[in-house]
Design a protein around this ligand. Sequence first.
Ligand code: EPU
Length: 334
Amino acid sequence: MMPFADQIEQIVTEREPMATHTWFGLGGPAEWFARPRSMKQLSELMRHCHEQQVPVRILGLGANLLVCDDGVDGVVVRLNSPEFREVRWDPDTGEVMKGPLNRAAGEYNPTDTEAVHFDPQGSVVVTAAGGVEMAKLTLDAVRRGLTGLECMAGIPGTLGGIVRMNAGGRTGQISDVVQSITMLRPDGSLCRLSREQAGFAYRSSRLGEGVVCQVTMELRPDDPREIRERYMSLFEMKRRSQPMQEYCAGCVFKNPPQHSAGALIDKAGFKGRAVGGAWVSERHANFIVAKEGATAGDVLSLIGLIRREVADRFGVELELEIEVWGKVMAGIPA
Ligand code: EPU
């Protein structure tokens, strides 16, 4: 066991199976797995690992992540204690939309047409911790009649992970509403970055090393029924076109400039093709689905096949959108 200080030792376990923490349901163990309960514990842990040169990786919901079969060196940190899930709405105007909206199924009662009033003036600043679940935050904004997050409908993950990769879809991305980000650096210091300093681009940021601890976002009041409609239609579109119920990690590749990765992989004839238990989804070719018996190695082999074939046929180099964590990273494309 790495010599952790007493207060840190209680929050660290050894050889935690990562398959239970990722949406692929794949991957070997993390050498150490830490669940800090406070910022103080997190910053002590970060400083300790920095001094001992132990690699640290921050795990969100594991929704965009492939962990290799032989596991991960160093410490994996999970931020799910209450202090890392706090949200503040300023001003706190409360919910305006009372109709039933089923979070899991993304359904609502269309007969719910009660009159709702909204003040189009002003904005609401949301300050949320990095461990907040994006799906819940999105739905809370919809219920409050605040626009800006409904483009995140059906996108899983923690706010920290979402901000780091600038997740989003065709109608918007998280950087559209971010005002500032507070990062905990590996040496235990805190720094605040503006949206400009965060260096957001398509599915990327330049936040640098460390943990996304807090994010402030600016949302605006709008007609709550229209917000709800936008949210619901996006959710429906994703449900129709993406394998939302299966073991997968969203789109595997970024869309190359002027192309759709899904369309290219589809055109190359990959839908329904498999390596071991890893399959290219029949519903959307940019999704790899892990079926019974799949290994992370199967997923990586299929990724390699797709990249080679798409490069040969269309001259396009596909870049990974998912993150890959492993002991031996050689040969894994960026
Ligand atoms: N297409 C095919 N075959 C396929 C899949 C798509 O021909 O198997 C075609 C579609 O018909 C469409 C085009 O490719 O003409 C684009 O497809 P789609 O509308 O599904 O959008 P996408 O570019 O593949 C992006 C995001 C998704 C996001 C959707 C909707 C990326 C890499 N993907 O997908 O995000 O949900 O738009 O907003 O930017 C993710 O990032 O993990 C993700 C799922």
